[in-house]
Design a protein around this ligand. Structure first.
Ligand code: ACO
Ligand code: LMR
Length: 264
């Protein structure tokens, strides 16, 4: 038989050796001629399969909704300060991206993991939230600096509306809403945030589409695919903020002394 020399790299998502590049086995001409969108490309390159239209549409909605949230949030602020220090596009972008984490934009996989575990173990919202409190862990996907009960996050409502209309089941999202109802009894700003909405709804997408095993779902949230969605989406805004500052020829940023509490 054939003797295969050992390779240094294994790759399973794309192939550029033929006449045209293929994403998960699908040739580029098919992608273009069939009118595939960014959601389909993400499905092929991340999940290595074509997903139903409502799933790829949901992915695209997540990307659009998370593309930007104004100049004041952590990521945009970093990108703006870096642009004003005269740095190049890639430096501005990564400086913004580096703020994405457990408090800002990067709570999606943890939200999915904790909501799934609590739902699958039949914990009531009370039992779930109080057990997290005992462990000293904030509930990922809950809480916002400026959003609250009377000023709910429109992005969350839009995601919920889409999923309630198109998903076969939204059981994990409804559970997250029950958790929100409980946390709102504790404080006004403990709303289901956009990370929590995407996390719980992605569980519904993965489970409801029937295209993923339970083990694959655990792997997806374990590796951090869902935070990848926020990273991808917010890159659009961070690049926009960088261009904006450069276009406006903004000078070096220095934070005002008056806004610092100097203390011993
Ligand atoms: N679960 C339980 N209690 C909470 C939570 C939570 N998720 N968030 C806040 N609290 C309570 C705590 O009692 C906290 O006191 P502590 O500091 O002793 O823990 C108190 O509220 C006040 O907390 P603050 O830090 O002042 O709240 P803030 O409004 O600044 O925090 C934040 C907002 C960072 C989003 C917070 O709610 C949090 O950590 N949430 C979980 C992580 C998360 O989902 N991040 C994604 C946000 S959406 C986005 O970035 C796109
Ligand atoms: C965001 O999308 O950046 C936000 O939800 C975070 C914020 O503080 O507004």
């Amino acid at each position: 038989g054939k003797v295969r020399a050992p390779t240094h790299i294994i790759s399973t998502i794309s192939d550029d050796r033929g006449e045209e590049p293929c994403y998960a086995g699908v040739p580029m001409s098919t992608i273009i001629e069939n009118g595939y969108g960014v959601g389909d490309v993400i499905s092929l390159l991340w999940f290595k399969r074509s997903l139903p239209r409502y799933c790829t549409q949901f992915i695209e909605i997540c990307v659009m909704l998370c593309a930007d949230h104004g100049p004041c949030v952590s990521g945009a602020h970093n990108a703006i300060v870096t642009a004003r220090a005269g740095k190049d596009l890639v430096s501005c972008l990564v400086s913004g991206l580096l703020t994405i984490g457990p408090r800002f934009g990067g709570a999606i996989d943890d939200a999915a993991r904790y909501f799934k575990d609590a739902y699958d173990r039949n914990l009531t919202p009370y039992e779930f939230v109080e057990s997290m409190k005992k462990k000293g862990i904030r509930v990922p996907g809950i809480g916002h600096r400026i959003k609250n009960r009377d000023n709910k996050d429109k992005r969350v409502e839009l995601l919920q509306k889409f999923a309630r209309t198109h998903f076969p089941s939204v059981k994990y999202m409804e559970y997250a809403v029950e958790v929100e109802n409980y946390t709102l009894t504790k404080a006004n700003n403990l709303v289901l945030n956009v990370d929590g909405a995407i996390g719980s709804l992605f569980l519904d997408l993965l489970a409801g589409s029937g295209m993923f095993t339970n083990q694959e779902v655990d792997e997806i949230v374990g590796i951090g695919y869902l935070n990848g969605l926020f990273v991808l989406a917010r890159s659009i805004g961070l690049i926009g903020h960088t261009f904006d500052q450069k276009r406006l020829k903004q000078p070096l940023y220095r934070h005002p002394w008056e806004d610092v509490l100097y203390t011993k």
